[in-house]
Design a protein around this ligand. Structure first.
Ligand SMILES: [Zn+2]
Length: 202
């Protein structure tokens, strides 16, 4: 479904003759009223990664097929830092279908090996941020593949948290019973307030 030109014209009409601050405020109000499918449509239209897929935004492409695209990150952690993403717009990795996620990781592995063979990387990190709290800035799932070299100054270390045995068991139980083996998954409202309570992932 495409957001109709008429709908866009309506929104533009409501914003005209307002100061930039008022426009911001009005836009927030309009967004709150919008039906979920139109809201998703707008998010997608403004998504830079969908823009890359549609060739509206330039990117240094290292790999592309019908399902995924891999380009150089414009803000790399290291030279040769690649981001791979599904061509279809998904916000989080856990929303991607089993078939696509399997294919994504097959291609990630090939790029990871290409870094070793083609860039003489001594290793690499494969990294995904699911949700703003985890450092996700875009609304499109991206997987970072970062080539690593001795003394490259990148540090993924963290301080260890203390967890006692009882807490460990509670954690195991909470995760175990929530592992989804069927096709529906509950999306935590805190992860994304805009998302429907239940998202189909297949
Ligand atoms: Zn997108």
């Amino acid at each position: 479904m495409a957001l109709s030109e008429q709908r866009i014209a309506e929104i533009q009409e409501r914003l005209k003759d307002l100061s930039p601050e008022e426009q911001q405020q009005k836009l927030q109000e309009i967004l709150k009223e919008l039906p979920q499918d139109e809201l998703n449509e707008i998010t997608q239209q403004q998504c830079p990664f969908c823009g890359i897929v549609e060739k509206k935004i330039d990117a240094k492409t290292v790999y592309e097929d019908g399902i995924v695209m891999a380009v150089l990150d414009i803000n790399p952690a290291n030279k040769g830092h690649v981001i791979l993403f599904p061509k279809k717009h998904y916000q989080f990795l856990f929303q991607v279908s089993d078939t696509e996620v399997a294919y994504m990781f097959k291609m990630i592995n090939k790029i990871s090996l290409a870094m070793v063979n083609g860039l003489n990387a001594e290793g690499n990190n494969i990294f995904v941020a699911n949700g703003q709290i985890a450092g996700q800035n875009a609304s499109h799932v991206i997987v970072h593949i970062i080539p690593r070299y001795k003394d490259d100054g990148i540090d993924f270390k963290w301080d260890f948290k203390k967890v006692n045995d009882e807490e460990m068991l509670n954690l195991v139980s909470a995760i175990k019973k929530s592992i989804v083996t069927h096709k529906e998954v509950k999306v935590n409202k805190k992860t994304n307030s805009n998302h429907k309570e239940k998202e189909r992932i297949a």
